[in-house]
Write a protein that binds this ligand. Structure first.
Ligand code: NAD
Length: 486
Protein backbone atom coordinates (compact mmCIF):
# COMPACT_ATOMS: atom_id res chain seq x y z
CA UNK A 1 0.00 0.00 0.00
CA UNK A 2 1.48 3.34 -1.05
CA UNK A 3 1.63 6.21 1.44
CA UNK A 4 -1.59 8.23 1.45
CA UNK A 5 -1.37 11.65 -0.16
CA UNK A 6 -3.26 14.32 1.77
CA UNK A 7 -5.15 16.94 -0.25
CA UNK A 8 -4.78 20.70 -0.16
CA UNK A 9 -6.88 21.79 2.81
CA UNK A 10 -7.90 25.33 1.84
CA UNK A 11 -11.26 26.37 0.42
CA UNK A 12 -11.70 25.73 -3.32
CA UNK A 13 -13.35 28.62 -5.16
CA UNK A 14 -13.15 29.42 -8.90
CA UNK A 15 -10.74 26.48 -9.36
CA UNK A 16 -8.29 28.13 -6.92
CA UNK A 17 -7.22 27.19 -3.40
CA UNK A 18 -7.94 30.10 -1.08
CA UNK A 19 -7.67 30.76 2.64
CA UNK A 20 -10.93 31.38 4.50
CA UNK A 21 -11.67 35.06 5.18
CA UNK A 22 -11.24 34.53 8.92
CA UNK A 23 -8.08 32.43 8.48
CA UNK A 24 -9.55 29.95 10.98
CA UNK A 25 -8.97 26.19 10.77
CA UNK A 26 -10.58 23.11 12.27
CA UNK A 27 -9.07 19.71 13.00
CA UNK A 28 -9.87 16.32 11.58
CA UNK A 29 -8.94 13.16 13.51
CA UNK A 30 -8.21 9.53 12.72
CA UNK A 31 -10.94 7.49 14.50
CA UNK A 32 -8.63 4.45 14.78
CA UNK A 33 -6.08 6.09 17.09
CA UNK A 34 -7.69 9.50 17.85
CA UNK A 35 -4.64 11.27 16.40
CA UNK A 36 -4.82 14.54 14.49
CA UNK A 37 -4.69 13.99 10.71
CA UNK A 38 -4.50 17.65 9.68
CA UNK A 39 -6.10 21.07 9.99
CA UNK A 40 -8.57 22.26 7.38
CA UNK A 41 -9.58 25.83 6.43
CA UNK A 42 -12.80 26.73 8.18
CA UNK A 43 -15.26 28.70 6.10
CA UNK A 44 -18.01 30.99 7.33
CA UNK A 45 -20.80 33.15 5.89
CA UNK A 46 -18.35 35.52 4.15
CA UNK A 47 -16.72 32.58 2.33
CA UNK A 48 -20.12 31.23 1.33
CA UNK A 49 -20.93 34.61 -0.23
CA UNK A 50 -17.70 34.55 -2.27
CA UNK A 51 -18.32 30.96 -3.41
CA UNK A 52 -21.92 31.68 -4.39
CA UNK A 53 -20.81 34.68 -6.42
CA UNK A 54 -18.29 32.51 -8.29
CA UNK A 55 -20.95 29.86 -8.95
CA UNK A 56 -23.44 32.51 -10.16
CA UNK A 57 -20.91 34.02 -12.55
CA UNK A 58 -20.02 30.58 -13.95
CA UNK A 59 -23.70 29.76 -14.39
CA UNK A 60 -24.67 32.95 -16.18
CA UNK A 61 -21.61 34.17 -18.03
CA UNK A 62 -18.89 31.55 -17.79
CA UNK A 63 -17.67 29.00 -20.28
CA UNK A 64 -19.90 26.34 -18.65
CA UNK A 65 -23.05 28.26 -19.59
CA UNK A 66 -22.04 28.26 -23.28
CA UNK A 67 -20.98 24.63 -23.49
CA UNK A 68 -22.95 21.99 -25.38
CA UNK A 69 -24.52 19.29 -23.25
CA UNK A 70 -22.31 16.79 -25.06
CA UNK A 71 -19.17 18.61 -23.89
CA UNK A 72 -20.56 18.81 -20.38
CA UNK A 73 -21.05 15.05 -20.43
CA UNK A 74 -17.52 14.51 -21.72
CA UNK A 75 -16.05 16.44 -18.77
CA UNK A 76 -18.16 14.52 -16.25
CA UNK A 77 -16.94 11.24 -17.79
CA UNK A 78 -13.34 12.46 -17.60
CA UNK A 79 -13.94 13.26 -13.92
CA UNK A 80 -15.17 9.66 -13.44
CA UNK A 81 -12.01 8.39 -15.16
CA UNK A 82 -9.86 10.44 -12.80
CA UNK A 83 -11.68 9.11 -9.75
CA UNK A 84 -10.97 5.60 -11.05
CA UNK A 85 -7.31 6.50 -11.60
CA UNK A 86 -6.99 7.92 -8.07
CA UNK A 87 -9.11 5.21 -6.45
CA UNK A 88 -6.36 3.89 -4.17
CA UNK A 89 -5.56 7.25 -2.66
CA UNK A 90 -9.20 8.30 -2.36
CA UNK A 91 -9.98 5.00 -0.59
CA UNK A 92 -7.09 5.44 1.83
CA UNK A 93 -8.20 8.98 2.60
CA UNK A 94 -11.77 7.84 3.23
CA UNK A 95 -10.60 5.15 5.64
CA UNK A 96 -8.23 7.54 7.38
CA UNK A 97 -10.94 10.15 7.94
CA UNK A 98 -13.99 7.94 8.50
CA UNK A 99 -12.59 4.65 9.85
CA UNK A 100 -14.44 2.30 7.48
CA UNK A 101 -12.57 -0.80 6.25
CA UNK A 102 -10.26 -0.02 3.35
CA UNK A 103 -11.81 -2.83 1.30
CA UNK A 104 -15.19 -1.09 1.63
CA UNK A 105 -13.79 2.35 0.85
CA UNK A 106 -12.23 1.03 -2.31
CA UNK A 107 -14.72 -1.64 -3.36
CA UNK A 108 -17.85 0.32 -2.51
CA UNK A 109 -17.57 4.04 -1.71
CA UNK A 110 -15.08 5.13 -4.34
CA UNK A 111 -16.27 2.61 -6.91
CA UNK A 112 -19.87 3.83 -6.47
CA UNK A 113 -18.68 7.45 -6.73
CA UNK A 114 -17.04 6.74 -10.06
CA UNK A 115 -19.98 4.70 -11.38
CA UNK A 116 -22.48 7.37 -10.39
CA UNK A 117 -20.58 10.06 -12.29
CA UNK A 118 -20.30 7.78 -15.30
CA UNK A 119 -24.06 7.19 -15.24
CA UNK A 120 -24.89 10.90 -15.05
CA UNK A 121 -22.17 11.86 -17.54
CA UNK A 122 -24.09 9.72 -20.02
CA UNK A 123 -27.30 11.58 -19.19
CA UNK A 124 -25.97 15.09 -19.89
CA UNK A 125 -26.91 15.15 -23.59
CA UNK A 126 -30.14 13.20 -23.16
CA UNK A 127 -32.05 15.76 -21.14
CA UNK A 128 -34.86 16.85 -23.42
CA UNK A 129 -38.06 18.82 -23.31
CA UNK A 130 -41.35 17.95 -24.96
CA UNK A 131 -43.51 19.33 -27.73
CA UNK A 132 -47.17 19.67 -26.74
CA UNK A 133 -49.47 20.12 -29.74
CA UNK A 134 -52.31 22.23 -28.32
CA UNK A 135 -54.22 22.89 -31.55
CA UNK A 136 -53.57 23.86 -35.16
CA UNK A 137 -52.91 27.41 -33.95
CA UNK A 138 -50.86 26.76 -30.80
CA UNK A 139 -47.83 24.65 -29.96
CA UNK A 140 -46.11 24.53 -26.62
CA UNK A 141 -42.57 23.32 -26.06
CA UNK A 142 -40.85 22.67 -22.76
CA UNK A 143 -37.25 23.62 -22.13
CA UNK A 144 -35.44 21.86 -19.29
CA UNK A 145 -33.03 24.45 -17.94
CA UNK A 146 -30.51 24.07 -15.10
CA UNK A 147 -32.20 25.13 -11.87
CA UNK A 148 -29.21 27.35 -11.10
CA UNK A 149 -26.67 27.58 -8.30
CA UNK A 150 -27.11 24.60 -6.01
CA UNK A 151 -25.81 23.94 -2.50
CA UNK A 152 -24.86 20.37 -1.67
CA UNK A 153 -24.52 19.51 2.03
CA UNK A 154 -23.61 15.97 2.97
CA UNK A 155 -23.04 13.67 5.95
CA UNK A 156 -19.92 11.80 7.10
CA UNK A 157 -21.00 8.18 6.62
CA UNK A 158 -20.20 7.91 2.88
CA UNK A 159 -18.43 11.24 2.37
CA UNK A 160 -17.18 10.91 -1.20
CA UNK A 161 -20.06 8.82 -2.51
CA UNK A 162 -22.87 10.98 -1.13
CA UNK A 163 -21.27 14.05 -2.66
CA UNK A 164 -20.96 12.30 -6.04
CA UNK A 165 -24.61 11.17 -5.85
CA UNK A 166 -25.51 14.86 -5.91
CA UNK A 167 -22.70 16.15 -8.11
CA UNK A 168 -23.61 13.78 -10.96
CA UNK A 169 -27.17 14.97 -11.63
CA UNK A 170 -26.40 18.61 -10.76
CA UNK A 171 -23.53 18.74 -13.27
CA UNK A 172 -25.44 16.80 -15.94
CA UNK A 173 -28.28 19.32 -15.62
CA UNK A 174 -25.80 22.19 -16.11
CA UNK A 175 -25.97 23.64 -12.60
CA UNK A 176 -23.08 25.22 -10.71
CA UNK A 177 -22.28 24.17 -7.19
CA UNK A 178 -21.23 25.18 -3.70
CA UNK A 179 -20.56 22.05 -1.65
CA UNK A 180 -20.11 21.53 2.09
CA UNK A 181 -18.87 18.15 3.33
CA UNK A 182 -19.25 17.08 6.94
CA UNK A 183 -16.76 18.66 9.33
CA UNK A 184 -15.92 15.10 10.51
CA UNK A 185 -14.79 13.93 7.05
CA UNK A 186 -13.57 16.78 4.82
CA UNK A 187 -10.67 15.00 3.10
CA UNK A 188 -12.00 13.10 0.07
CA UNK A 189 -14.06 16.07 -1.12
CA UNK A 190 -10.92 18.22 -0.94
CA UNK A 191 -9.03 15.64 -2.98
CA UNK A 192 -11.82 15.68 -5.62
CA UNK A 193 -11.19 19.40 -6.23
CA UNK A 194 -7.89 18.77 -8.06
CA UNK A 195 -9.64 16.14 -10.17
CA UNK A 196 -12.42 18.61 -10.96
CA UNK A 197 -9.83 21.04 -12.28
CA UNK A 198 -7.93 18.37 -14.21
CA UNK A 199 -11.16 17.04 -15.78
CA UNK A 200 -11.72 20.46 -17.34
CA UNK A 201 -14.62 21.97 -15.40
CA UNK A 202 -14.37 25.73 -15.93
CA UNK A 203 -13.75 27.99 -12.88
CA UNK A 204 -16.75 28.48 -10.61
CA UNK A 205 -18.62 25.33 -11.62
CA UNK A 206 -17.63 23.49 -8.44
CA UNK A 207 -16.76 25.34 -5.24
CA UNK A 208 -16.05 23.79 -1.87
CA UNK A 209 -16.42 25.53 1.49
CA UNK A 210 -15.58 23.35 4.47
CA UNK A 211 -16.83 24.31 7.91
CA UNK A 212 -19.56 23.68 10.43
CA UNK A 213 -23.28 23.16 9.99
CA UNK A 214 -24.32 26.07 12.17
CA UNK A 215 -22.18 28.49 10.15
CA UNK A 216 -21.49 27.35 6.55
CA UNK A 217 -24.49 25.00 6.37
CA UNK A 218 -26.87 27.57 7.77
CA UNK A 219 -25.49 30.33 5.51
CA UNK A 220 -26.13 28.09 2.50
CA UNK A 221 -29.69 27.18 3.46
CA UNK A 222 -30.59 30.82 4.20
CA UNK A 223 -28.81 32.25 1.14
CA UNK A 224 -30.91 34.45 -1.15
CA UNK A 225 -28.86 33.61 -4.25
CA UNK A 226 -28.87 29.82 -4.04
CA UNK A 227 -31.57 28.25 -6.20
CA UNK A 228 -31.76 24.78 -4.69
CA UNK A 229 -30.37 22.86 -1.77
CA UNK A 230 -29.72 19.15 -1.72
CA UNK A 231 -28.97 17.69 1.68
CA UNK A 232 -28.05 14.33 3.17
CA UNK A 233 -27.99 14.07 6.93
CA UNK A 234 -30.19 13.74 9.98
CA UNK A 235 -33.90 14.50 10.08
CA UNK A 236 -33.30 17.19 12.72
CA UNK A 237 -30.89 19.07 10.42
CA UNK A 238 -33.21 18.47 7.46
CA UNK A 239 -35.89 20.47 9.26
CA UNK A 240 -33.42 23.34 9.81
CA UNK A 241 -32.46 23.32 6.14
CA UNK A 242 -36.10 23.46 5.09
CA UNK A 243 -36.70 26.28 7.55
CA UNK A 244 -33.73 28.20 6.10
CA UNK A 245 -35.09 27.69 2.60
CA UNK A 246 -38.59 28.80 3.65
CA UNK A 247 -37.33 31.88 5.46
CA UNK A 248 -35.14 33.05 2.58
CA UNK A 249 -35.96 32.65 -1.12
CA UNK A 250 -38.18 29.54 -0.92
CA UNK A 251 -35.54 27.45 -2.69
CA UNK A 252 -36.63 23.86 -3.33
CA UNK A 253 -35.00 21.17 -1.19
CA UNK A 254 -34.03 17.56 -1.66
CA UNK A 255 -33.68 15.92 1.74
CA UNK A 256 -32.14 12.48 2.26
CA UNK A 257 -32.62 11.83 5.96
CA UNK A 258 -32.62 9.14 8.61
CA UNK A 259 -34.16 5.68 8.81
CA UNK A 260 -35.14 2.76 11.04
CA UNK A 261 -35.46 0.13 8.38
CA UNK A 262 -37.35 -3.15 8.86
CA UNK A 263 -36.00 -6.39 7.45
CA UNK A 264 -38.71 -9.07 7.38
CA UNK A 265 -38.08 -12.83 7.25
CA UNK A 266 -41.03 -15.16 6.62
CA UNK A 267 -41.37 -18.80 7.76
CA UNK A 268 -40.65 -20.31 4.34
CA UNK A 269 -37.10 -18.89 4.19
CA UNK A 270 -34.07 -21.14 4.06
CA UNK A 271 -32.79 -20.20 7.52
CA UNK A 272 -29.17 -21.07 6.84
CA UNK A 273 -29.14 -18.98 3.70
CA UNK A 274 -30.80 -15.87 5.14
CA UNK A 275 -28.74 -15.90 8.34
CA UNK A 276 -25.55 -16.28 6.31
CA UNK A 277 -26.61 -13.48 3.90
CA UNK A 278 -27.46 -11.24 6.85
CA UNK A 279 -23.95 -11.60 8.23
CA UNK A 280 -22.60 -10.17 4.99
CA UNK A 281 -24.67 -6.97 4.98
CA UNK A 282 -26.18 -6.17 8.36
CA UNK A 283 -23.13 -4.54 9.95
CA UNK A 284 -21.84 -2.93 6.75
CA UNK A 285 -20.28 0.47 7.54
CA UNK A 286 -20.87 -0.43 11.21
CA UNK A 287 -24.54 0.34 10.50
CA UNK A 288 -23.65 4.02 10.11
CA UNK A 289 -25.95 3.87 7.15
CA UNK A 290 -29.26 5.65 6.65
CA UNK A 291 -30.89 2.44 5.40
CA UNK A 292 -29.21 0.07 7.89
CA UNK A 293 -31.55 -2.89 8.54
CA UNK A 294 -31.85 -2.09 12.22
CA UNK A 295 -35.15 -3.90 12.94
CA UNK A 296 -35.18 -7.61 12.07
CA UNK A 297 -38.70 -9.10 12.10
CA UNK A 298 -38.47 -12.92 12.09
CA UNK A 299 -41.60 -15.09 11.80
CA UNK A 300 -42.16 -17.35 14.80
CA UNK A 301 -41.45 -20.79 13.24
CA UNK A 302 -37.92 -19.84 12.22
CA UNK A 303 -37.16 -17.37 15.01
CA UNK A 304 -35.07 -19.63 17.29
CA UNK A 305 -33.08 -21.22 14.45
CA UNK A 306 -32.49 -17.83 12.83
CA UNK A 307 -31.27 -16.27 16.05
CA UNK A 308 -28.86 -19.12 16.69
CA UNK A 309 -27.33 -19.25 13.19
CA UNK A 310 -27.28 -15.48 12.82
CA UNK A 311 -25.50 -15.07 16.17
CA UNK A 312 -22.90 -17.72 15.30
CA UNK A 313 -22.23 -15.91 12.04
CA UNK A 314 -21.99 -12.46 13.61
CA UNK A 315 -19.42 -13.81 16.10
CA UNK A 316 -17.17 -14.40 13.09
CA UNK A 317 -17.07 -10.70 12.17
CA UNK A 318 -13.75 -9.01 12.88
CA UNK A 319 -13.64 -5.61 14.55
CA UNK A 320 -10.35 -3.76 14.32
CA UNK A 321 -7.91 -1.80 12.21
CA UNK A 322 -9.74 -0.87 8.99
CA UNK A 323 -6.50 -1.03 7.04
CA UNK A 324 -6.05 -4.74 7.76
CA UNK A 325 -7.49 -7.13 5.20
CA UNK A 326 -10.40 -9.11 6.61
CA UNK A 327 -11.60 -6.42 9.05
CA UNK A 328 -15.39 -6.16 8.88
CA UNK A 329 -16.00 -3.29 11.28
CA UNK A 330 -13.65 -0.36 11.82
CA UNK A 331 -14.19 2.30 14.48
CA UNK A 332 -17.18 4.63 14.45
CA UNK A 333 -16.46 8.01 12.94
CA UNK A 334 -16.03 10.11 16.07
CA UNK A 335 -16.09 10.14 19.85
CA UNK A 336 -19.54 11.76 19.78
CA UNK A 337 -20.92 8.96 17.62
CA UNK A 338 -19.19 6.29 19.75
CA UNK A 339 -20.63 7.69 22.99
CA UNK A 340 -24.05 8.17 21.43
CA UNK A 341 -24.23 4.52 20.32
CA UNK A 342 -23.03 3.23 23.71
CA UNK A 343 -25.71 5.45 25.27
CA UNK A 344 -28.39 3.70 23.19
CA UNK A 345 -27.02 0.27 24.19
CA UNK A 346 -27.21 1.30 27.85
CA UNK A 347 -30.75 2.58 27.34
CA UNK A 348 -31.76 -0.74 25.75
CA UNK A 349 -30.52 -2.61 28.81
CA UNK A 350 -32.21 -0.18 31.21
CA UNK A 351 -35.53 -0.49 29.40
CA UNK A 352 -35.42 -4.28 29.84
CA UNK A 353 -34.21 -5.64 26.49
CA UNK A 354 -31.76 -8.56 26.51
CA UNK A 355 -28.31 -7.79 25.16
CA UNK A 356 -27.85 -11.09 23.36
CA UNK A 357 -24.42 -10.35 21.84
CA UNK A 358 -21.83 -7.58 22.09
CA UNK A 359 -22.98 -4.49 23.83
CA UNK A 360 -19.83 -2.65 24.58
CA UNK A 361 -16.63 -1.01 23.62
CA UNK A 362 -14.20 -3.02 21.62
CA UNK A 363 -10.69 -2.41 22.91
CA UNK A 364 -8.19 -2.06 20.13
CA UNK A 365 -4.53 -2.91 20.85
CA UNK A 366 -3.60 0.37 22.57
CA UNK A 367 -7.05 1.04 24.06
CA UNK A 368 -7.58 3.90 21.58
CA UNK A 369 -10.19 4.35 18.86
CA UNK A 370 -13.95 4.64 18.67
CA UNK A 371 -14.81 0.94 18.34
CA UNK A 372 -18.14 -0.65 19.28
CA UNK A 373 -18.85 -4.40 19.12
CA UNK A 374 -21.58 -5.72 16.82
CA UNK A 375 -24.57 -5.89 19.13
CA UNK A 376 -27.77 -7.93 18.99
CA UNK A 377 -30.77 -7.22 21.24
CA UNK A 378 -33.67 -9.62 21.86
CA UNK A 379 -36.78 -9.37 24.07
CA UNK A 380 -37.35 -5.95 22.60
CA UNK A 381 -40.78 -4.31 22.47
CA UNK A 382 -41.79 -1.92 19.70
CA UNK A 383 -42.02 1.01 22.09
CA UNK A 384 -38.45 0.73 23.40
CA UNK A 385 -36.07 3.53 22.45
CA UNK A 386 -33.69 1.15 20.63
CA UNK A 387 -36.59 -0.01 18.46
CA UNK A 388 -37.82 3.49 17.63
CA UNK A 389 -34.84 5.80 17.27
CA UNK A 390 -32.10 5.77 14.67
CA UNK A 391 -28.96 4.54 16.47
CA UNK A 392 -26.59 4.84 13.51
CA UNK A 393 -24.23 2.23 14.95
CA UNK A 394 -23.80 -1.56 15.03
CA UNK A 395 -26.95 -2.45 16.95
CA UNK A 396 -29.71 -4.66 15.59
CA UNK A 397 -32.93 -5.71 17.35
CA UNK A 398 -34.53 -9.09 16.59
CA UNK A 399 -38.31 -9.13 16.88
CA UNK A 400 -40.51 -12.24 16.47
CA UNK A 401 -43.87 -11.89 14.66
CA UNK A 402 -46.84 -14.14 13.85
CA UNK A 403 -48.92 -12.84 10.92
CA UNK A 404 -48.47 -10.89 7.71
CA UNK A 405 -50.85 -8.11 8.72
CA UNK A 406 -49.13 -7.77 12.08
CA UNK A 407 -45.66 -7.41 10.59
CA UNK A 408 -46.75 -4.83 8.00
CA UNK A 409 -48.33 -2.74 10.74
CA UNK A 410 -45.28 -3.01 12.99
CA UNK A 411 -42.79 -2.40 10.17
CA UNK A 412 -44.65 0.78 9.25
CA UNK A 413 -44.92 1.89 12.86
CA UNK A 414 -42.11 4.43 12.57
CA UNK A 415 -41.75 8.07 11.60
CA UNK A 416 -39.17 6.96 9.03
CA UNK A 417 -39.66 5.27 5.64
CA UNK A 418 -36.37 4.87 3.86
CA UNK A 419 -35.80 1.17 3.13
CA UNK A 420 -37.10 -2.31 3.89
CA UNK A 421 -36.14 -5.92 3.20
CA UNK A 422 -38.57 -8.79 2.55
CA UNK A 423 -37.36 -12.39 2.53
CA UNK A 424 -39.63 -15.23 1.31
CA UNK A 425 -39.86 -17.77 -1.52
CA UNK A 426 -43.48 -16.69 -2.10
CA UNK A 427 -43.17 -13.89 -4.65
CA UNK A 428 -46.87 -12.94 -4.40
CA UNK A 429 -46.47 -12.49 -0.66
CA UNK A 430 -43.29 -10.47 -1.21
CA UNK A 431 -44.96 -8.15 -3.73
CA UNK A 432 -48.09 -7.71 -1.63
CA UNK A 433 -46.03 -6.85 1.43
CA UNK A 434 -43.78 -4.49 -0.55
CA UNK A 435 -46.88 -2.67 -1.85
CA UNK A 436 -47.98 -2.02 1.71
CA UNK A 437 -44.63 -0.93 3.15
CA UNK A 438 -44.29 2.84 3.41
CA UNK A 439 -40.72 2.93 2.24
CA UNK A 440 -38.73 4.50 -0.58
CA UNK A 441 -36.81 1.28 -1.31
CA UNK A 442 -37.93 -2.31 -0.84
CA UNK A 443 -35.44 -5.10 -1.42
CA UNK A 444 -36.82 -8.60 -1.94
CA UNK A 445 -34.54 -11.54 -1.08
CA UNK A 446 -31.57 -9.19 -0.92
CA UNK A 447 -30.56 -6.01 0.87
CA UNK A 448 -28.64 -2.87 -0.08
CA UNK A 449 -28.96 -2.98 -3.87
CA UNK A 450 -28.19 0.66 -4.52
CA UNK A 451 -27.26 1.55 -8.07
CA UNK A 452 -26.96 4.80 -10.04
CA UNK A 453 -29.99 3.92 -12.20
CA UNK A 454 -32.31 3.11 -9.25
CA UNK A 455 -34.00 6.03 -7.43
CA UNK A 456 -33.12 6.34 -3.76
CA UNK A 457 -34.99 8.36 -1.15
CA UNK A 458 -37.46 8.31 1.65
CA UNK A 459 -41.15 8.28 2.52
CA UNK A 460 -42.37 10.15 5.61
CA UNK A 461 -39.61 11.80 7.69
CA UNK A 462 -36.87 9.99 5.78
CA UNK A 463 -36.89 12.71 3.21
CA UNK A 464 -38.16 14.60 0.22
CA UNK A 465 -37.13 13.89 -3.37
CA UNK A 466 -34.75 11.32 -4.77
CA UNK A 467 -31.02 10.90 -5.25
CA UNK A 468 -29.76 8.75 -8.16
CA UNK A 469 -31.54 7.78 -11.40
CA UNK A 470 -33.24 10.09 -13.87
CA UNK A 471 -35.60 11.20 -11.07
CA UNK A 472 -32.65 12.97 -9.44
CA UNK A 473 -31.89 14.93 -12.63
CA UNK A 474 -35.43 16.32 -12.71
CA UNK A 475 -34.84 17.99 -9.36
CA UNK A 476 -31.91 20.01 -10.76
CA UNK A 477 -33.96 21.34 -13.69
CA UNK A 478 -36.49 24.12 -14.13
CA UNK A 479 -39.12 23.42 -16.74
CA UNK A 480 -40.04 26.38 -18.92
CA UNK A 481 -43.12 26.17 -21.14
CA UNK A 482 -42.79 28.24 -24.32
CA UNK A 483 -46.10 28.52 -26.15
CA UNK A 484 -46.23 29.70 -29.74
CA UNK A 485 -49.23 31.01 -31.65
CA UNK A 486 -48.82 30.16 -35.34
P1 NAD B 1 -26.05 15.90 10.38
O1 NAD B 1 -27.44 16.27 10.03
O2 NAD B 1 -25.56 16.20 11.73
O3 NAD B 1 -25.02 16.61 9.38
C1 NAD B 1 -25.11 16.48 7.99
C2 NAD B 1 -24.52 17.71 7.34
O4 NAD B 1 -25.33 18.83 7.68
C3 NAD B 1 -23.10 18.04 7.78
O5 NAD B 1 -22.37 18.52 6.68
C4 NAD B 1 -23.34 19.14 8.81
O6 NAD B 1 -22.24 20.01 8.95
C5 NAD B 1 -24.52 19.87 8.19
N1 NAD B 1 -25.30 20.65 9.15
C6 NAD B 1 -25.39 20.49 10.49
N2 NAD B 1 -26.19 21.45 11.02
C7 NAD B 1 -26.60 22.22 9.99
C8 NAD B 1 -27.45 23.37 9.90
N3 NAD B 1 -28.00 23.93 10.97
N4 NAD B 1 -27.67 23.89 8.67
C9 NAD B 1 -27.14 23.34 7.58
N5 NAD B 1 -26.31 22.27 7.60
C10 NAD B 1 -26.05 21.71 8.79
O7 NAD B 1 -25.94 14.36 10.02
P2 NAD B 1 -24.68 13.42 10.20
O8 NAD B 1 -24.53 13.08 11.64
O9 NAD B 1 -23.53 13.98 9.46
O10 NAD B 1 -25.15 12.11 9.38
C11 NAD B 1 -25.95 11.13 9.93
C12 NAD B 1 -27.37 11.27 9.46
O11 NAD B 1 -27.43 11.31 8.05
C13 NAD B 1 -28.22 10.07 9.87
O12 NAD B 1 -29.45 10.52 10.38
C14 NAD B 1 -28.42 9.33 8.56
O13 NAD B 1 -29.56 8.53 8.52
C15 NAD B 1 -28.45 10.44 7.57
N6 NAD B 1 -28.14 9.94 6.21
C16 NAD B 1 -29.14 9.85 5.29
C17 NAD B 1 -28.88 9.34 4.02
C18 NAD B 1 -29.98 9.21 2.98
O14 NAD B 1 -29.65 9.08 1.80
N7 NAD B 1 -31.24 9.24 3.36
C19 NAD B 1 -27.60 8.95 3.68
C20 NAD B 1 -26.60 9.06 4.64
C21 NAD B 1 -26.88 9.58 5.91
Amino acid sequence: MSKVQLPNTKLFINNEWVESVSGKKFKTFNPVNEELICEVSEGDKADVDIAVKAAREALENGEWSKMTSEDRGRIILKFADLIEKHKDNLAQLETLDNGKPLTASKGYDITQSEKTLRYFGGWADKIQGKTIPISNEYTSITRHEPIGVVALIVAWNYPCMLLCWKLGPALAAGCTIVAKPSEFTPLTALYLCELIKEAGFPPGVFNLVNGFGATVGSALSHHMDIDKISFTGSTITGRLIMEGAAKSNLKPVTLELGGKSPNIFFNDCDVNHIAQCAKDYVFANSMQSCCAPSRFFVQENIYEAFLQIFTENIKLLKVGDPNVNGTNLGPLVSKQQHDRVLGYIQKGKEEGATCHLGGGNYHHADGKGYFVQPTIFTNVTDDMTICKEEIFGPVVVILPFKTVDEVIKRANNTTYGLAAGVWTKDISLALNVSNKLKSGSVWINEYYSIMPSIPFGGYKQSGIGRDLSEYAIQSYLSVKAVTIAH
